[in-house]
Design a protein around this ligand. Structure first.
Ligand code: ADP
Length: 696
């Protein structure tokens, strides 16, 4: 009530409050408080008498003082006073605000103040009217409670301050986060749960990039949008397939954090979605627009396909060329071999030799080209087996020494005594490497010597082969180019050396296929040294010997009955002439069908089968013969493929069709006879009655 009256005094000034105080004086005598009033500058304009009683300060000393400076004389410290002053400065009404003052002698007094601002007729602040109540006795009863209240209040204030500081920080961070989400190029969608069919699972975060990707507006997808509703909209839009099985798979992939790719039909876009599970069970889905990447991939795939088609065409071309060249070469080589066996004049002999060596060069070239394309197409397979090093080197020496001798060169072989007796590796390919290098050493040397040395490498299980010559040498600037296909050093003395420029390219590739190393040092007009290091681990000698083919028994071929299936008349003639000279009885078939018919009607000891033939291929004919034998319970008759198709795959398909051996055209007389002997002796060895049985 008193406060109400105080409020009503608004704008009436100090005098009126004095009147009011007078009215209340009888009560105030016993009332532990006083009235006070200030002007607009917070100077005390009125204090009721009992201030002197309560604070032992006379009001005359206080009137006119700035309220915040009035120290009531004996009062020194304050608790809650700062807040009280803050309230005053706000020029707003306040009620029952407590603050504490400590008297000099140590007594603590607590005041409870209420105040109302007063305003003049123009609404300007004119000062305060207020009452201060001395409530120490009340709080004393409560003992520590009051200080606790202050302490708590202070603590609460501090906490409130900390809270608002943290809130401000959090808000700043939130703003930053929102900025990032809005700026990021990836579409972001965070869901409240992982069960995307549950209508209670909603969007928790979505950014503009997500909406852009799916062509959606802010209202179509926002925080709180139910996920099944959103999926429904995407299905209607045509950006999610209307196929429950596909959707199910997509959802399962997302739940399992598997990346998925989505084609957004209406947007003509492709997005890849990376999903991760949130700790509380929701999903974070990041959509990246991979439309450009996809179209680049499509282009690359097309380019790859074109390249594959081109490679396949190249392989086919090579296979066809190889076949087409090898077939007539068989005629040339075979006929030249036969011609050489007849009585010829010296001049005629020289011509025949030229035909033979030219044919050999051409055959080598075809083999090199096939080898090179095989390595290039990564189809080279190594055939690893144990072999005896000294036997291997002496076989190579046998081949090279003749060539060297013919050119008046010395050929020197050195094998270090540390070199193991037997090693394991692809001896066929090592032979090819060394023959290429030795062939060049002989070819490019006009005098002096060619050498081959073998030592153990510093590396465990390695052998180092050195091929040296005293030839024309290689200029420094060409040393790194000679391993490039078709690259040859030109000019000067070099004119007139035959070669394709493929030998060293193949050699280097073979060395690399065996994970070895090849180096060259050379000096023009002094000579060259090619060093090859290969890993060829040592093996027990007996294993290598077992593996090395036993020397072939020469089987007498006289009276042997051979069926030759061959469509090319020249080649029929070549084989007939070659074999008839060894006393072999020949029957010829012009195609597979004829071959099968003859095989069914007559007994043969061996079949020589061309592969590409009209009407029925050699492969089909071999299969038919094997079936026939099985049905009649006959022992298998040896079938040898004699073909211009000289790829590994041709060899493999010949064996698959049931053939026993493989000869590539052009075939040399010796090769053919050896092959026949080998197969006849194997057939006899396999089952002593086999050949007889087939003949009977
Ligand atoms: P080519 O069939 O021409 O011999 P290679 O690839 O074997 O092809 O060799 C490439 C070139 O490197 C040769 O043409 C030759 O110029 C040079 N070359 C290779 N070996 C020797 C060598 N031992 N001495 C001199 N030159 C060599």
């Amino acid at each position: 009530m008193l406060l109400q009256e105080l409020t009503d005094l608004n704008a009436h000034g100090a005098r009126d409050i004095a009147t009011l105080a007078k009215t209340w004086e009888p009560i105030l005598d016993r009332f532990p408080g006083w009235f006070w009033a200030t002007d607009a500058n917070y100077r005390l304009t009125y204090l009721s008498d009992n201030i002197g009683r309560i604070t032992k300060t006379s009001r005359e000393d206080l009137i006119g003082l700035y309220i915040l400076d009035a120290d009531y004389g004996d009062v020194r410290t304050e608790a809650g006073i700062a807040e009280y002053y803050d309230l005053l400065l706000k020029q707003e009404a306040f009620y029952n605000v407590c603050y504490e003052r400590n008297l000099v002698e140590g007594k603590r007094i607590v005041f409870m103040d209420s105040g109302v601002p007063i305003f003049d007729a123009d609404g300007r602040f004119a000062g305060y009217h207020g009452i201060s109540l001395h409530v120490s006795h009340a709080t004393e009863q409560a003992g520590a409670t009051s200080s606790l209240v202050f302490a708590l209040k202070n603590r609460a204030d501090a906490l409130e301050e900390e809270l608002s500081r943290r809130n401000a920080e959090l808000e700043a961070k939130n703003e930053l986060l929102i900025e990032v989400l809005e700026a990021m190029g990836e579409g972001l969608m965070v869901t409240s749960g992982a069960d995307l069919y549950d209508p209670n699972v909603v969007v928790e975060i979505v950014n503009p990039a997500y909406r852009k990707l799916f062509g959606l507006g802010p209202k179509d997808v926002q925080i709180g949008t139910s996920i099944p509703d959103l999926v429904g909209r995407l299905i209607r839009n045509g950006d999610v397939p209307n196929d429950p099985a596909k959707i199910d798979k997509m959802v399962k992939d997302m739940q399992a954090e598997r990346p998925i790719v989505m084609d957004l039909g209406t947007q003509k876009k492709t997005t890849s979605v990376a999903s991760s599970k949130r700790k509380d069970g929701g999903l974070i889905l990041v959509h990246t627009d991979v439309t450009n990447l996809r179209s680049q991939n499509v282009k690359l795939e097309k380019a790859l396909h074109t390249a594959e088609v081109a490679t396949a065409a190249k392989s086919n071309f090579l296979a066809t060329m190889s076949h087409e060249i090898r077939t007539p070469m068989n005629g040339i080589v075979g006929m030249a071999d036969l011609l050489a066996e007849t009585a010829l004049s010296a001049e005629q002999n020289a011509y025949v030799e030229t035909i033979r060596s030219s044919a050999q060069a051409l055959t080598n070239l075809i083999t090199d080209i096939l080898d090179f394309s095989k390595i290039e197409a990564d189809r080279l397979k190594l055939d690893i087996a144990p072999f005896v090093v000294r036997d291997f080197i002496s076989e190579i020496s046998g081949l090279v020494s003749g060539l060297a001798r013919a050119k008046g060169l010395e050929f020197v072989v050195e094998i270090d005594r540390n070199v193991p007796q037997a090693v394991t590796g692809d001896s066929f390919r090592v032979r090819q490497i060394l023959l290429n290098l030795l062939g060049n050493a002989v070819k490019f040397s006009l005098k002096g010597q060619v050498g081959l040395s073998v030592q153990t490498s510093a590396e465990q299980g390695g052998l180092t082969f050195c091929v040296t010559d005293t030839g024309i040498g290689i200029p420094d600037d060409m040393l790194e180019h000679i391993f490039t296909p078709f690259e040859q050093v030109e000019g000067g003395l070099r004119r007139g050396f035959e070669g394709s420029g493929l030998g060293l390219a193949i050699t280097r590739d073979l060395v690399q296929a065996m994970e070895g190393d090849i180096r060259v040092t050379s000096q023009t007009d002094v000579g060259s040294t090619f060093t090859v290091e290969l890993t060829l681990p040592e093996v027990a000698l007996d294993r290598a010997i077992k593996h090395t083919a036993a020397p072939m028994d020469t089987v007498r071929l006289e009276g042997l009955r051979v069926l030759v299936a061959e469509d090319n008349k020249t080649n029929q003639l070549v084989v007939r002439r070659m074999l008839e000279r060894a006393g072999v009885e020949i029957t010829t078939a012009n195609n597979g069908i004829e071959a099968c018919a003859l095989f069914a009607a007559q007994q043969f000891d061996l079949v020589l089968m061309d592969v590409s033939m009209p009407k029925m291929s050699g492969l089909e004919a071999a299969q038919a013969i094997r079936t026939q034998e099985a049905q009649q319970g006959l022992a298998p008759c040896p079938i040898v493929a004699l073909t211009g198709n000289a790829f590994d795959k041709d060899r493999a398909s010949a064996f698959e069709a049931g053939m026993d051996d493989f000869l590539a055209k052009p075939v040399r007389l010796r090769q053919l006879l050896e092959c026949l002997s080998r197969n006849i002796s194997t057939a006899e060895g396999k089952d002593p009655g086999a050949v007889k049985h087939a003949r009977s």
